[in-house]
Write a protein that binds this ligand. Sequence first.
Ligand SMILES: C[S@@+](CC[C@H](N)C(=O)[O-])C[C@H]1O[C@@H](n2cnc3c(N)ncnc32)[C@H](O)[C@@H]1O
Length: 505
Amino acid sequence: MSDIQEATNQLLDISPLENQKFIQVAERHHRKETELLQVTIGATVPTGFEQTAADEVREKLRSSCKISKDRGKIYFDISAESLAQVHCLRSVDNLFVVVQEFKDYQFKETKEEVLKDFEELAQNLPWSAPMAVWKMNNSFKKKKTKCKKTNPNSSKDKINKEQGGKRAERDVKKEFMSNSWDSNILDYYENPAIKEEISTLVGDDLASSKEDETEDSSKGETDLQVLKFRVTCSRAGEKHCFTSSEAARDFGGAVQEYFKWKADMTKFDVEVLLNIHDNEVIVGIALTEESLHRRNITHFGPTTLRSTLAYGMLRLCTPQPSDVVVDPMCGTGAIPIEGATEWSNCHHIAGDNNPLAVNRTANNIQSLLTKNQIQESKPSWGLPIDALQWDVCNLPLRTGSVDIIVTDMPFGKRMGSKKRNWNLYPAGLQEMGRVCRPGTGRAILLTQDKKCFTKALSGMGHMWRKVHTVWVNIGGLHAAVYLLKRTHQAFDHPSGQDGEKGAPW
Ligand SMILES: C[S@@+](CC[C@H](N)C(=O)[O-])C[C@H]1O[C@@H](n2cnc3c(N)ncnc32)[C@H](O)[C@@H]1O
């Protein structure tokens, strides 16, 4: 019996007013207890930016982080009262609360034995603290806005045909008739750095005859209502004798058996995660429905950058108050908008040579302002950003007037062409070197066209010094983020002018 129920029962003889007061006190006490719970939070982050994310967690939550060997994930301990702050982190994509971590899980020899172990695991896990945090989290969680797509290749019929025989043999729970792929779950695991297999278990609607029994025997850790759930398994490693869909199916069946929840692939309340990476197994409960990188942009372009990655890039160059921060190839404005939101004491300038891109940036700024105004129900001061059309090879900015350049250059695949990059990169680097302040200026440049970039940079040693490279994966493409420092050498105008170029800024 819960504290609240007990207190209520004891007070049945008391006047309604006193009773009410007592319930409020008991509820407050219960809330306080929950807030003090210590749990481990797992977060997926853009690959390559694990350390940046760990630094942000250390700085904002005062918690140290463990960076997973499974690239693209970090883990940190919090007390549940900090959950709201966790949702405000800028470098994390998806969040989950860890139910249990097995650093060196001993997989049995045969598939049957391994799957049997997964079934048994479900009832032996310490669910109560993570479930309490899951419950608290519902008030912070942003609801998903987009439609889900299902992979047509995983139609129920096809899977039933493939699995029917084996399932009859092993007498698996008949509720779990099919597995399906949901493209959105990649938000959780999008990690092209490693070969990972992801399966989401989907239960068909449980027989309605089971419903009454299910509601009656619901476990005390959840509300009386029957929750809907799904299990998502991600598996990476060569030595497993089972697939992610088999693990999701059998573990999911046991979770359902234990909680008496109802399986639902799309309209689930709880998403249980089973992450398997070689011998490491982590069971978690998802705390985000939609990746946190979907925060600033409403008008998308062909190569819109994740806000989390934009944050990571900006953070690499430690913007200081009053710095002028420029994205000369801004596309939809993902970098300068993230910059203006998080480093509002800097002045951000965004530009692109494509008028459509400049329009999208302006629309994104406007939409974000409107959203902020609605949320705060008061007029906003605006964002410290200017957006204009320009050519990165001929910027209307004074020589040495910019502190930081952060940009995502055309890869030459979806945007521009590799051939054009051979002219664009050297000319762009030269012009960025002109506007950047000698001695203190820095640039963070993202590109997948590393060959062209390296060649262009090799001719700019007098202006740019490469300090650091972060390797990232952008939608499966192996890309690099280069941190460059502007040398002390003043820009030498080929025409011998005094350094003014174009319209004064
Ligand atoms: C990879 S995209 C940037 C995407 C952007 N980070 C976003 O989130 O939408 C590269 C951008 O460079 C722009 N671009 C290409 N050549 C340019 C030039 N000469 N001057 C300015 N922008 C240019 C393209 O129009 C494109 O928007």
